[in-house]
Design a protein. Structure first.
Length: 296
């Protein structure tokens, strides 16, 4: 099972070459796509190619598949074609609440049993802001419902939402998202943390502008995101670097933990001219726990 979810690299399921590049890349998760990047007439062939790519891999835990939305006939066709090859997880688009996680969970439970796979072994991440209706149900992912144990991440997207809204622009001249998309982004972050799963930032379409990507990825991590979607192999190195704590961050976190340990009962301590309190201790402990977890 993959321990990191910093970078998720999309590759169209009807391109053997691009899927091969994604699988061979340093992306934490190679995300083979059966939805938006594959035209409907190519999906039958794409399902076969994705299943073959999974079957040929020795590291299927890091190979995920984006299926089609559950309210389309393509979704069941996707599942019956690829689940027997045991992908590490499924990326569910256009989720509109916990009931979609439960619906997918029931499909997976039946397919895992049919094909002799470990129950619950297929994990789920979901895109949760792609329709107007989905924006109103983001809090549901933290509730108790069948299939919740499969859910490991939530992400958001602006393209399908803007299409549903009939919006001609997503971002202004400064490159920043308009308010409704920042709302979607914030709801994704809050819903993820509330549900105890990883919040995953959406793609940067300008795949050649790597300096801008590095700045954005670092800002996203500072805001609380744990990873980011990518559309080109060149984006993986900046994303992985941005979402990996550096030596200075680790040293500072250790200093914070040590200072509180040396002063039991203290509510605040001073380090490097700054007054830190218990929330800073919690952040430091979480960072060190993530570093320790990723070491295995």
């Amino acid at each position: 099972m993959a321990t990191k979810m910093r970078s998720w690299l999309f590759a169209p399921g009807d391109s053997e070459r691009k899927m091969g590049k994604a699988i061979a890349s340093h992306a934490d998760i190679a995300l083979l796509d059966l939805e938006d990047s594959v035209v409907p007439e190519n999906r039958p062939a794409a399902r076969k190619l994705v299943a073959e790519a999974l079957g040929a891999s020795s590291d299927r835990a890091r190979i995920w598949v984006r299926i089609n939305p559950l309210d389309t006939p393509d979704a069941v066709l996707d599942l019956t074609a690829i689940v027997p090859s045991a992908p590490g997880g499924l990326f569910l688009p256009k989720a509109e609440g916990a009931h979609h996680i439960t619906q997918l969970h029931h499909y997976l439970t039946a397919l895992e049993a049919t094909h002799g796979l470990e129950q619950g072994s297929t994990r789920i991440a979901a895109l949760i802001t792609e329709t107007p209706a989905a924006m109103y149900t983001t809090r549901e992912y933290a509730a108790e419902y069948p299939g919740k144990e499969r859910l490991v991440g939530l992400s958001w997207g602006a393209e399908d939402l803007s299409s549903a809204l009939g919006a001609r622009e997503q971002r202004g001249p400064d490159g920043e998202y308009a308010h409704v998309y920042e709302l979607a982004r914030s709801l994704c972050l809050l819903a993820s943390v509330n549900a105890g799963v990883a919040p995953i930032e959406t793609v940067q379409p300008e795949f050649r502008d790597l300096p801008a990507l590095e700045v954005r990825a670092r800002r996203c991590r500072a805001a609380g995101f744990r990873g980011m979607l990518a559309i080109h192999p060149a984006q993986i190195a900046p994303i992985n670097a941005a979402f990996t704590p550096n030596a200075d961050e680790i040293a500072h976190a250790r200093a914070v933990v040590r200072a509180f340990a040396d002063n039991p009962g203290a509510g605040t301590i001073a380090i490097d001219g700054a007054m830190l309190d218990r929330p800073h201790l919690a952040l430091a402990q979480r960072l060190l726990a993530e570093v320790s977890h990723d070491a295995f």
